[in-house]
Design a protein around this ligand. Sequence first.
Ligand SMILES: [Zn+2]
Length: 249
Amino acid sequence: MPPFFVPPGKTDDARPLHRLPFLVMMGTLTRCHPLEPRLMIFRPSAEDVLLVVDVQNDFCSGGALAVPEGEAVVPVVNALAERFQTVILTQDWHPAGHVSFASRHERPAFSTIDLDYGTQVLWPDHCVQGTDGASFHPALHVPHAQAVVRKGYHPEIDSYSAFLEADHTTPTGLTGYLRERSVRRVFAVGLATDFCVLWTALDAAKAGFSVAVIEDACRAIDLDGSLDRAWSAMREAGVERIESPSISG
Ligand SMILES: [Zn+2]
């Protein structure tokens, strides 16, 4: 488990000291972890949101686009959600024949094509609007979630990110929602680490939020090294990589 905070003087290339401003901004660090003094404990406030990305049947075992161990995030997310006042869920929500479906292009799943907005990975048909596959995992229990952001509903544009669709231009409306709610910090969890969680975290950072990804509440697809690339990109963008024990109730 990586430490949440490495004091100055510690050598740990993976945990750069640019984390300090994030911690200062968090403002509500409460104490050190009793078993790991370097692990800082954080108590969420009204300025924090837990953003639960795409914990849907199609991304769990038996689903059309199953992420390995995808359903393993469910109990972790349920426990985390109890510690946040503000929780938002996202839901991949495609029309039949969506541009991201390999079947539409008669190409193999997981191959790529170039679209107007860039390279698109072609996926098996998944999360089709109104299907069981698009439903949240039945064990996901977040009754106090206050909004569900559906994404990927434009037939010709995919949307990994909860903030901007894959053309990097079309907003989902989440940035405005969070700003009106006075949210400053985004804690992202869910599926999959190296696609929807990654793009969501990067766009949240670009929008000016402080962002942390809670690693043990995520699972990855890891397509040709995509997971390593995802963590590198998030680190460069100043996104924190933490573990769920860092969040207290
Ligand atoms: Zn999708």
